[in-house]
Design a protein around this ligand. Sequence first.
Ligand code: TRH
Length: 374
Amino acid sequence: MNSPPGYPSNTLRWDIFCRVIDNYGDAGVCWRLAVDLVERGETVQLFIDEPLVLAQLQGTDSSFPDIKVSPWPESTRLFSADEVADVVVEAFACDPPVSYLEAMQQRSIKPTWINLEYLSAESWVEAHHTLPSPHPRYALTKHFYFPGFTPATGGLIREALLTASLTSVNTATTEGAAAAATQAIFLFSYEQPLLDQWLDVLAASVRPAQLNVAVCPSRSQAKSWQSTTANRGALSISDAPFVPQSDFDAVLAQHDWLFIRGEDSFVRAQWAAKPLVWHIYPQADHVHFDKLLAFYDRYLNQGVLNCEQQTLYREFVLAWNGASAFELAISTHWQKLVEIYPLLLANALAWRSYLLTQRDLVTQLKDFARHLVK
Ligand code: TRH
């Protein structure tokens, strides 16, 4: 690939298109992808329709001036073939502007066009990963790229420096966490109708707990619970201030339990190797339960937890995600999970060790893109 003048010859130019549906995750995943690519010497432009969401994730961190952040192109904006990157990443099927597609078609060497899909542990993902999809109108082919948890998928975003830092630092805190008296719990969720029941259980527990609630719907719910609950026992609740994405891993590492949500915080909790309770992004017709169980079936099957312990964990997570048949598990299962915390920690570490045997997403994506861009 002949890069334009001024670009190092062995790097590719990447244009990432991101539309924010809601929350932080669309921007969160795209920003993390852009940072990882740039840290590996690639040239990246990110088109995003909600720059304010991105700005919140960047915070005052201005250490990535190499990433060109551009507003979503106006419908009147025309693109020349020269402006089209070597690799075009369409995040979560967000449909790049027609004028950009037309310029892609005019490019003498067609760019690699990637549709970066949502993360799923479901087995069907493997058969769909990297499938080509010819465009009905333009002489272009889009490839579906599925992140995932197995070697037959596109992997997970894992920056080149992450592995060594997590293994060395977290092992120490992980051992400490197992024995710590006060449980530090990080909570980042969607609306949680069962929150009060869970807070009641935490307050009644003999084990002290420090619950740190991130910027999410549970924050106001926890505050109203506090205002109406006199005896909060050994439970303390604080706000976890919103931190820039570059500091998010450090926040997770300081906690023993990670109640996270969506996609990016869900992945980062796995790299933190602490027991995680995933609040999956709700979807119509409850299809998200398939996705939830597909993950926990893999996650819990590390040879550390027996069947009864796996069921305990799975039913608590189902209750947390609104499966009405398991609603009582929020109250009946929590204390039992606390009692087997060292095993849950060992399971989280075993899961991370398994994931670390796989190539990370950007390594795989670069190889895939390079073999297509001839
Ligand atoms: O915010 P989310 O619920 O985003 C969701 C998911 O991405 C979901 O897949 C998508 O369909 C939906 O948006 C539209 O959860 P997620 O994915 O964990 O994204 C949160 C991002 O915010 C993540 O990059 C971590 C970051 N973050 C910080 O940087 N600092 C913070 O203090 C907090 C709480 C989060």
